[in-house]
Design a protein around this ligand. Structure first.
Ligand SMILES: [Zn+2]
Length: 252
């Protein structure tokens, strides 16, 4: 069956038998991997459309459980992202994160839009790349249904008396629920952060606003480091994406 979809190229890989596979985050079918015979090095429009970071339109042949790319056309190449090494590393980290988070063949249209918004903003941005990457991750977690609860106690729902941010519970916890957890010995201190309403407000802002509006969001280095520490921990706990190859190269 021939199908057509917009998509973003997450990566290209070469298999042991020298076949080339592209990993596409497609708008209509979610993450798919597809083989292709389109030459890698040629300057043709189709080859360019198979490079990572490209937003394109793809003509695919769908077999029973395989895809093959027959034709490809660039809608937008994010050239600007490759012009700055820090921006490039940060964006590569986000593609890798996205690839790990997505399940194959599950359409995620709002996640797809989020990635396009992120790439648009990153292309224009000249500094503070890590803040954008962190904001993207927070919004992505939310879309996947794994985001932290930051409007009330995640256990009992009350909005007052919040005393901690619990990685394992997935959000804010009030003092009563904290005391109960301590009594029943259900608490693992390494998964608890003292609540910092400055950080909580930043998370709320990120969740309630489109990523394009973050161009004006300013965050001092200390808060950004704290936000990253919490979310790196949160992501590794909830999503099992502990080792992203590109993470060690991140700077802001
Ligand atoms: Zn509670």
């Amino acid at each position: 069956m021939y199908i057509e979809t917009e998509g973003i190229i997450l990566k290209q890989v070469r298999t042991a038998d020298n076949r080339r596979i592209v990993l596409i985050f497609s708008r209509n079918y979610g993450k798919i991997s597809a083989g292709t015979n389109i030459p890698e090095k040629s300057k043709s429009k189709s080859s360019l459309a198979l490079k990572p970071f490209t937003y394109g339109k793809y003509e695919l042949f769908k077999g029973r459980d395989t895809y093959h790319v027959n034709g490809a056309e660039v809608i937008k190449s994010y050239y600007g992202i490759g012009e700055n090494i820090e921006k490039f590393m940060c964006s590569s980290y986000i593609l890798e994160f996205t690839e790990k988070v997505l399940s194959e063949n599950v359409p995620m249209p709002s996640f797809f839009e989020l990635l396009i918004d992120f790439l648009d903003v990153m292309e224009r941005r000249s500094k503070k790349f890590l803040l954008m990457a962190t904001a993207y991750q927070i919004k992505a977690l939310h879309i996947c249904g794994s985001g932290p609860v930051v409007d009330n106690c995640v256990i009992c729902g009350r909005t007052d008396g919040i005393s901690a941010f619990s990685i394992s519970e997935g959000g804010l916890v009030c003092s009563d629920c904290m005391d109960n957890a301590k009594k029943s010995d259900e608490i693992n201190d390494s998964l608890i952060y003292e609540v910092d309403f400055g950080i909580v407000n930043i998370i709320r802002y990120i969740l309630n606003n489109p990523i394009a509006s973050f161009e004006k969001l300013a965050l001092d280095e200390k808060s950004l480091n704290r936000l990253r520490k919490i979310f790196t921990h949160y992501i590794s706990y909830h999503l099992d994406v502990k080792e992203l190859k590109s993470e060690e190269f991140l700077t802001d």
